[in-house]
Design a protein around this ligand. Structure first.
Ligand code: GDD
Ligand code: MN
Length: 410
């Protein structure tokens, strides 16, 4: 418990950000018994600040009326929004809070006191340093602590999920050791709330993945839950995996789906043609070309629709896509033969590997070349803000990250 205090002194709580209005957003689901203590400790921690507490409640118990009772003699303004319908779960509640907050600086904090309210001014002070849009309270930076996570299993799952997530978003999460934390400050003005599609618990991840934000962290000790029970569940785990896949592979999964439909169509066409007497070489050529054209049209319509206006003309897009797919189809067989010959692997394995490589090559070529925005990096919008010290390789990786991040849900 002493460590956050030491940190608080280090970052200099006094002064820095006291004049900035702040809204503390607290999502609640049946947290009645925690409300009074949470309000008292938060109000004490934020004494001197222009602060409010905004509960966004989906409870089936009387948490909302308990908030109103406590609000009546609280030291700072306390409001509650009780949602008629629980859309998007915890994440949905946070977005409602961000929309309704009186202040632009918002701090999201759990309602069960696992997030020590004493850290509120520490988050404010860190934000006051002026170099971050998001300040997250991390369980994994120096001085952070995860003891409150409970069982070893829960701890392991949490670590693996964090590691997996960071590996999947190597650029956006480069400065975030704990993208799953539910305790963070965010400057609402830096966010496009309309792009958020909250789903379950991982609202910070949603915010970081869909917005290009500067992240800072402070260590936190994740405490034991005070009263009531956790709403984390296997179902939340599954929601999380789906959320990750949707965020990370939005465009790519649609691209893959269309590719798979194309492959099936290709086989169907070949079968129909050979059955009606067309020589199989011709059947293969016709099947391949029809599929390449069909895939292009579907991808134009469904995968890259949002990128068409900034890309080159339709004719050029088609020509480059058509050329790439033909070269790729022509090269795949000899490359496979080479793999079988020189690596002595089975032809089935070689086919599998070549298809995987071809898939990624095709996806990258289409997002980075065929649909490349023509005004990119010239018109001063965010990609141009890259530091000039980036190497060519870093720029390519960054560009891939940006492309793959474009939303394109199934
Ligand atoms: N409004 C609303 N609606 N609030 C909800 C809902 C919901 O559907 N589900 C949960 N909450 C509230 C809880 O009442 C609590 O205040 C907070 O969200 C966190 O829920 P817990 O049930 O306490 O979850 P946890 O302790 O397992 O998870 C916490 O730690 C995770 C990291 O391990 C949260 O902070 C997560 O965001 C975080 O990822
Ligand atoms: Mn909790």
């Amino acid at each position: 418990m002493e460590r956050w205090r030491a940190h608080a002194l280090r970052v200099g709580i006094e002064g820095a950000d006291v004049g900035t209005p702040v809204t503390v957003i607290v999502p609640t689901f049946n947290e009645r018994d925690n409300v009074a203590e949470l309000v008292a400790r938060s109000a004490a921690a934020l004494a001197g600040y222009d602060a409010e507490i905004l509960f966004v409640d989906d409870s089936t118990d009387d948490t909302a009326s308990e908030v109103e009772r406590v609000a009546a003699d609280a030291a700072i303004p306390v409001r509650v929004i009780h949602r008629a319908e629980n859309t998007g779960g915890l994440g949905g509640a946070v977005v409602v809070g961000l929309e309704a907050a009186a202040a632009d600086i918002c701090i999201v904090m759990d309602g069960d006191l696992q997030h020590p309210p004493e850290l509120l001014p520490v988050l404010m002070a860190r934000h006051g340093e002026g170099d971050a849009d998001v300040v997250a309270a991390s369980r994994y930076v120096g001085g952070g602590d995860t003891s409150g996570l409970g069982t070893a299993v829960r701890f392991g799952v949490s670590r693996v999920a964090t590691w997996l997530t960071r590996a999947m978003f190597p650029i956006r999460l480069a400065r975030s050791t704990d993208p799953m934390t539910g305790f963070f400050l965010v400057d609402r003005r830096r966010l496009d709330l309309s792009v958020l599609k909250p789903q379950g618990f991982k609202i910070l991840l949603e915010i970081l993945a869909r917005n290009d934000l500067r992240i800072a962290e402070v260590p936190m000790e994740f405490a034991e839950r005070r009263h009531g029970t956790s709403k984390a569940s296997l179902r939340q785990g599954a929601t999380f995996i789906a959320h990750l896949a949707r965020l990370r592979f939005g465009k790519m999964s649609l691209f893959a789906l269309i590719g798979a439909i194309g492959a099936a169509a290709n086989l169907g066409i070949m079968w129909a043609l050979t059955a009606s007497g067309v020589p199989y070489i011709w059947a293969a050529v016709i099947g391949a070309e029809v599929t390449i054209i069909g895939n292009f049209l579907l991808q134009e319509r469904f995968v890259f629709a949002d990128m068409r206006t900034d890309a080159r003309a339709l004719g050029i897009r088609f020509a480059s896509s058509f050329a790439f797919n033909n070269v790729e189809a022509a090269l795949r067989i000899p490359v496979m033969a080479l793999m079988v010959e020189s690596w002595h692997i089975s032809s089935v394995l070689a086919t599998g590997l070549s298809l995987i490589v071809a898939f990624f090559a095709r996806f990258l070529f289409h997002s980075l070349v065929v649909y490349a925005p023509q005004r990119r990096k010239r018109n001063g919008d965010s990609p141009a803000a890259e530091p000039p010290t980036d190497t060519a390789a870093q720029r390519v990786i960054r560009a891939i990250d940006v492309e793959v991040m474009k939303p394109g849900e199934l």
